[in-house]
Design a protein around this ligand. Structure first.
Ligand code: ARG
Length: 291
């Protein structure tokens, strides 16, 4: 793990292909039952299930329209958060370009029950499954994010993931990990406050990260788009899903972020995720990237 290495030259890192497929799970069993994060406070019993299904289907349509292949897991009764497919595992390519899946160690029991379905799917689809040796918390792609197009992992840690797991991830994937500490309970996963859009561009909500983390990302990204409190919290703008270094699928209403992305030439596609934000998630975490 690299602690703090100023002036990292991204162009010197090995390239990595953009994911062209995603693993998803329909919100058949989706609900807010217990409070796992501050977004969920007061939302028990408030999910409109029919609306959630429509929002999910529309999101899948958008992914396909961009050219992303959509694969699905079978929803499991008692796994009310299974729609948030980014969390129970972390996927990537190892140093030899082979697909690997690392199962997560989820903090909450209902989410621990999700991991098996993901792992089974990965095994059946050509992934090597590598278990972490430690039992430390690790919430997959909620906290560990690939740098777009390069062999570099951003390692978020705090409420759901232990910093220690990143020593193992760096070995498993033969890729450097840059740590980013989460300093609030509200922005509990890295994907709620940090969104690498392409090799040079990132969305970030600075108050959610510590000063060393902010310094590190400013060293790496040429273009740092700072998201304001309203767009970060109420539109979960940093939970946008970038694809192929060109398209960004984002919760509707993050006006300033959209303008900044459009000005930089990205194609922005807005979708409505109101029902899922009641559970603390939006576009990014509703799919696991596949290689
Ligand atoms: N209710 C889920 C949880 O608290 C939401 C997860 C959303 N995922 C994300 N990466 N932001 O675990």
């Amino acid at each position: 793990m690299i602690a703090a290495q100023p002036q990292i030259d991204i162009s010197e890192l090995r390239p990595m292909a953009f994911p062209r497929a995603v693993l998803t799970c329909a919100p058949e069993c989706f609900d807010v039952i217990d409070v796992k994060n501050p977004f969920m406070v007061g939302q028990q019993g408030k999910v409109d299930c029919a609306l959630a299904k429509r929002q999910w289907s529309e999101m899948m349509r958008v992914f396909q329209q961009i050219g992303i292949e959509v694969k699905t897991l079978t929803p499991v009764e008692g796994c009310e958060d299974m729609v948030f497919c980014a969390n129970p595992i972390f996927t990537g390519l190892d140093g030899d370009g082979r697909p690997v899946c690392v199962p997560g160690h989820m903090r909450f029991p209902s989410r621990q029950r999700e991991v098996g379905s993901h792992v089974e799917w990965c095994r059946a689809n050509g992934y090597r499954v590598v278990d972490l040796r430690s039992s430390d918390l690790f919430e997959g792609c909620g906290d560990a994010l690939w740098h777009p197009g390069r062999r570099l992992i951003w390692g978020g840690y705090g409420p759901r993931t232990s910093q220690r797991v990143y020593y193992e991830l760096a070995d498993i994937f033969d890729a450097p990990v840059l740590p980013l500490e989460l300093r609030t309970e509200l922005f509990y996963h890295l994907d709620t406050c940090f969104c690498p859009i392409d090799e040079k561009t990132v969305l970030v909500y600075p108050p959610a990260l510590t000063a060393p983390g902010m310094d590190l990302l400013r060293d790496v990204f040429e273009r740092v788009i700072e998201v304001d409190a309203y767009e970060a919290r109420d539109s979960m703008a940093c939970n946008a899903a970038p694809f192929l270094g060109r398209h960004v699928v984002i919760q509707t209403g993050a006006v300033k972020v959209n303008r900044a992305l459009l000005d930089l030439g990205f194609e922005v596609i807005e979708v409505e995720t109101s029902e899922f934000m009641k559970s603390g998630g939006s576009v990014f975490c509703m799919k696991m990237h596949l290689f």
